[in-house]
Design a protein around this ligand. Sequence first.
Ligand SMILES: [Mg+2]
Length: 399
Amino acid sequence: MKIDRLRSLHVSAEWDYHEPLGEAFLSRPVNIYPELAALEPSWPVADVAGGPPYTVEAHFLLIDTDEGASGICGPVGAEDIAIIERYFGEILIGEDPQAIERIWDKMYRHSIHGRKGTPMMALSKVDLALWDLKGKLLGAPVYQLLGGPSRERIRAYASMLGYSVEPNKVIERTRHFLAQGFTAFKWFMPCAPKDGEPGIRKNLAVIRAAREAAGPDCDLMFDAWSSWNVPYTLRMIELSREYRPYWFEEPVLADLIPQYAELRREARGVFISGGEHEYTRWGIKALLDAGAVDVLQADVTWAGGLSEMTKICALASAYDIPVIPHHGGWPSTHLIASQALSTCPMQEWLIQHGRTPNVFYKHKLVPVDGHIHLPTAPGLTMDLADEGVSVLEERVLAG
Ligand SMILES: [Mg+2]
């Protein structure tokens, strides 16, 4: 069997979603430039004010074989499609689609400037489509091919990106999802050093409200999205200690590895997490060697796909550092279900962003009682729904 064609599908669907959406954005490192702070990050729904129902668009990657079977991965970015077409198409045509390790290595060696960032994110999508294809060829969900299932369902944490950080709203929404069975929550810090003392009080108000609503037994995590510095983070840790944060996430820019290690040494019982903006086994090993994080958050759709994340999990387990991946949707579920509970104890569930792909999917990813139940269909369960998805454009990328 050989790969004979790569395709992309540009699709759209209606999202009839009546819950709060896009109420707040997180602090970003670029916000120190006022003219850029005003540019809010792209949202999966183009016009939040225009619905519901919202019109949602996405791209999917398909890898076809000469025997008729196909693998699919999506949603993927338009930039993923452009990079795959430019750099990986020729490499893939004629390859045995089950020889994923060989294909990964060929793509990696070919894109020598693409070891990190957007090119590695595109490579990851190819890897995931190949694993989907392999699962379908062998008639098994991918977590089975990788050594799972390690459990029947995965504890999910409620990741509150997009929800208002007004303390009364934090309390209301935390209670709402607590009642749905979630026992861990992550809120996104609105303020950074440039916001001064009022910003510190605002961050602290979010932390206090989350603990008040969640009660004493839940895990609470707080994401600074690379926007803080070392003294600011240490101050936030000390001020919030009475509310028992589990971790502060990405307190400083991803390249400041010694500063992560310093924070981890000084944090005294509060964990430092990071790694969602790091790539491949080599990038992650540098974090582990430096003692930079208590919790590793590499993303299966960015860091090199499932082929690379299984290696990252093996590395992390040797350092006794848990991997709680940056969200990653269904591919994360398959990865986590293939790993020991101590290696991958939990999955991130973005309440707002995580739902959007479901409008395209046949197999909906919906936590029940705060847990994600394992899918049973063959492959990586990112297949398009039979109804309700319109194909705006189909393009042949190679072959
Ligand atoms: Mg994060």
